[in-house]
Ligand binder design. Sequence first.
Ligand code: SF4
Ligand code: SF4
Length: 184
Amino acid sequence: MMTMDQKTFKRLFFEKKNGRSILKCIQCGTCSGSCPFGNDMDHAPRELFQLIRDGEMEEVLRSNTPWYCVSCYQCMTRCPKEIAVTDLMYTLKEMAVKNGFAPSHKMPDLYKSFSQTVKRFGRVTESLVMAGYGIKHPLDAMGALPLAVKLMFRKRFEVLPQKIGQPEKMKPFLTAGVEKEALE
Ligand code: SF4
Ligand code: SF4
């Protein structure tokens, strides 16, 4: 699915919250050096920002980088230009899903399972997240079982659904961005 050209991509990105802030990026690499998943990413965050500035839509939206971001905020707290790196990773995920560039790797399915659990129960229950993900990736889920059992014994893995009083109050938080796209 190809829904926009490179020029439109750049314009739409700049219209997003904090989108234009990447113009302040000085390519210092502090964000990339701070990122715990930098080695697994197709592009370091700073490279991604340069590619956006160059209008390289497909390379940016097909990159696994935003999907490997675990929102640790290390990059944001250290960026000398106060660029909202983490928030922009969410923007890129949203744009990738909306425009049919979401990668075929497994991270989007994990996000979907996570948000469905929160939507239904108002909070995360690890067993449900793994079960939802395991429907599409059973071998992965089976492989994670030994770790789940270990965590269970240490009381770090919930098996029974944990529900908040009014889970429907969480729904507004899931009506924007990639979670909404994944749930539709
Ligand atoms: S830390 Fe900030 S200024 Fe430096 S490369 Fe990353 S986004 Fe750009
Ligand atoms: S918030 Fe995301 S991009 Fe930034 S350092 Fe953490 S994992 Fe890396």
